[in-house]
Design a protein around this ligand. Structure first.
Ligand SMILES: [Zn+2]
Ligand SMILES: [Zn+2]
Length: 251
């Protein structure tokens, strides 16, 4: 295996310091790190550039992964842990207390079972449900602070105007294995892009007939927009019944 080049090392450091980067940030980091070492820069080469870094870092259980925001469909890159799907052992969550992780787990559970979102007030009130290991109960104020911090780190997204919380891009990237394992009935992959789909539109006809979770038809909003773009009378791609959801103009 070829060792990482200087520009790849710097690119990796940039990604680590940012936590998560959007597509234009990644492009800029790619260009900047190549320029710094006067290496050949070819923007179409980004995929291979990242792949080579991944080959070097995979043995230690991390990987650069590309993911899409479930709300906007725009792409992000993050450094994620690949070796352990156990939520509580994720090193990116090591700074949180046991109580905080319990609350985060509850929030994830409600998001997964609540079609991709939870009301912010409900999320804060979940403090009443968590069992505390220490006798000290988590206050609502502490829960609010935790939610803000999880949002800053990209685990969740707070939609302030709507008063709801959804999974953030890091959450989708790093928790997909955990979610699929823990909630196999709710964890349905998108029919179009085949990625885990928490927030999406589901066909009720397929759902009634489904014997296994994979018999369902669920689409990310942005995948639905793409699929139904030129259809005046959208049909479910599997059962061909009318698609009963309002297609957003753009995801
Ligand atoms: Zn999709
Ligand atoms: Zn269907």
């Amino acid at each position: 295996m070829e060792a990482m080049s200087d520009e790849q090392r710097v690119f990796l450091q940039m990604l680590m310091s940012k936590n998560i980067m959007d597509a234009s940030g990644v492009k800029m980091a790619h260009r900047a790190s190549c320029a710094r070492f006067e290496a050949n820069y070819d923007q179409t080469n980004l995929g291979q550039f990242v792949q080579e870094i991944n080959r070097n870092i995979k043995p230690v259980g991390i990987e650069i992964k590309k993911g899409l925001s479930e709300f906007t469909g725009s792409s992000y890159y993050a450094l994620v842990n690949t070796y352990d799907s156990d939520f509580l052992k994720n090193p990116h969550l090591a700074t949180y207390t046991v109580n905080e992780l319990e609350l985060f787990k509850k929030i994830v559970q409600k998001i997964v079972n609540g079609d991709g979102e939870i009301n912010t007030i409900q999320a804060v009130n979940l403090t009443d449900e968590i069992k505390t290991i220490s006798k000290k109960r988590m206050t609502k104020k502490e829960a609010e602070t935790l939610i803000e911090s999880l949002s800053t780190a990209g685990w969740i997204t707070i939609h302030k105007g709507k008063g709801i919380i959804s999974l953030g891009t890091r959450g989708i990237l790093e928790l997909d294995q955990y979610i699929s394992k823990t909630y196999p009935l709710s964890a349905i992959n998108c029919n179009i892009c085949k990625r885990l789909c928490i927030k999406g539109q589901m066909c009720s006809v397929c759902e009634d007939r489904a014997e296994r979770p994979e018999d369902n038809t669920k689409l990310h909003l942005y995948c639905a927009v793409r699929l139904f773009k030129d259809q005046t009378n959208p049909k479910c791609p599997k059962c061909k019944h009318d698609w009963e959801h309002q297609i957003p103009r753009q995801a």
